[in-house]
Design a protein around this ligand. Structure first.
Ligand code: BGC
Length: 406
């Protein structure tokens, strides 16, 4: 059977600045230095014996230091050339706030020029840019002022947005204000595993509120420069099953979206997880199919999640979906299966307009470090050479033909 995607469907892959660029200076780079050794210690209990054996890098503190990452900051043209050669016609990336505004209120013209070149390099290759304004990492000065907990954070962020919205008003149509607010809040302010490592409900509610205002003000600012711009945010949605599903879906999947639905032109969906709730336990995998990170592979879930998002009656872009698979044995099927269920959701009315595989390149999986390999393209972290994985060619066929064949 052939499953055709709508005309004009966007096919791409995604990255984020801190995870690929290298040589950054932000709240995460400072956190990595302080926490690398602890993360090595914790790896022993955190990962299964087969994972520890397969990825001994997790016991090296260097694994957790972003350092030069994939040096995408210098190699972006080569990387976009690969994306183009793989039949992609769109690309999601983020700008690094700490580069553009290294001190509060002081903008670095050279870095703005850098991103202008990045955008031009995408466009020259027929890749529609989707610009994420903030994919979690923060300038050190912003974090020192209380980060997103500070009630001034909305105004401070708005000044940054004002600058880039003006700079790129002619180049960028698709803007993503924030990446996965819920994941950020839960990891940084509830579970306390990401910087600033708080476990405080009150703080998390402040961050939630401030990020809602931050999104809304970014929306208004960008529209004031270009009323034709399309502005959304990327939210992680989990397919929940079990008795608490109504409640958790409302909070985790829809909490943020419900607040900003009037100030969003599209919804960015990041889909990775299926969660069966038993008692008060959330279980990720009771399925044999897992990624290198032990994450359950559950393609049907994207269908159920899309069916719920359909209720917002907005265009949807799948802004992330991907698998850590160092041997590239599961990736091609993973992509195809998720697209099969996406197609089903489209045929039942979900307005899905594009798909971005996470990620174009292997990259820094934040607190896990470099060992998880999500890339369509393998990155050698010593020589910075790229090697296209076989699954990338299979995805390329889908992108070129705008269809999957099952
Ligand atoms: C994030 C990415 C991350 C990916 C895989 C998403 O939640 O936006 O930054 O690398 O998941 O964990």
């Amino acid at each position: 059977m052939e499953y055709k995607f709508p005309q004009g469907f966007l096919w791409g892959s995604a990255t984020s600045a801190h995870q690929v660029e290298g040589n950054n200076f932000n709240d995460w780079t400072e956190w990595e230095k302080v926490n690398a050794k602890r993360l090595v210690q914790e790896a022993k209990n955190k990962w299964q014996p087969w994972q520890q054996k397969k990825f001994p890098e997790m016991f090296n503190p260097e694994n957790y230091i972003s350092g030069l990452a994939c040096d995408h900051y210098h190699l972006y043209e080569q990387d976009f050339e690969i994306a183009r050669s793989l039949g992609q016609n769109a690309h999601r990336f983020s700008v690094e706030w700490s580069r553009i505004e290294p001190q509060e209120g002081k903008f670095n013209e050279a870095e703005i020029e850098h991103y202008r070149k990045v955008i031009a390099a995408l466009k020259q290759r027929g890749l529609e840019p989707f610009l994420t304004i903030n994919h979690w990492t923060l300038p050190v000065w912003f974090a020192a002022r209380g980060g997103w907990e500070n009630k001034e954070s909305v105004k401070i962020f708005a000044k940054f947005v004002d600058r880039i919205a003006n700079d790129f008003k002619e180049e960028i149509i698709y803007w993503i204000t924030l990446n996965e607010p819920w994941i950020y809040i839960s990891h940084s302010y509830l579970r306390g595993i990401w910087p600033p490592q708080k476990k405080n409900l009150f703080s998390s509610l402040k961050v939630f509120k401030n990020q809602i205002y931050a999104h809304k003000s970014a929306y208004n600012i960008i529209k004031s420069y270009n009323p034709e711009a399309k502005i959304g945010l990327a939210e992680n949605n989990i397919y929940f099953e079990g008795w608490l599903k109504w409640f958790v879906r409302r909070w985790i999947n829809q909490g943020f979206l419900d607040e900003i639905k009037r100030q969003t032109d599209f919804i960015g969906l990041n889909y990775y997880f299926h969660n069966k709730i038993r008692g008060f336990k959330f279980s990720h995998n009771d399925n044999e199919k897992i990624s290198d990170m032990g994450w359950e592979v559950y393609p049907e879930g994207i269908y159920y999640v899309l069916k719920k998002l359909k209720n917002y009656n907005k265009p949807i872009y799948i802004t992330e979906n991907g698998i850590a698979d160092s041997e590239d044995l599961k990736r091609a099927k993973f992509i195809k299966d998720h697209l099969f269920w996406t197609h089903k959701a489209i045929s039942e009315g979900a307005l899905v307009r594009g798909y971005f595989y996470w990620s174009l390149l292997d990259n820094l999986e934040l607190d896990k470090g470099f060992w998880p390999r999500f890339g369509l393209v393998e990155a050698d972290y010593k020589t910075f050479t790229r090697k296209i994985r076989p699954s990338a060619y299979e995805y390329a066929k889908i992108c070129r033909e705008n269809k999957i064949v099952n």
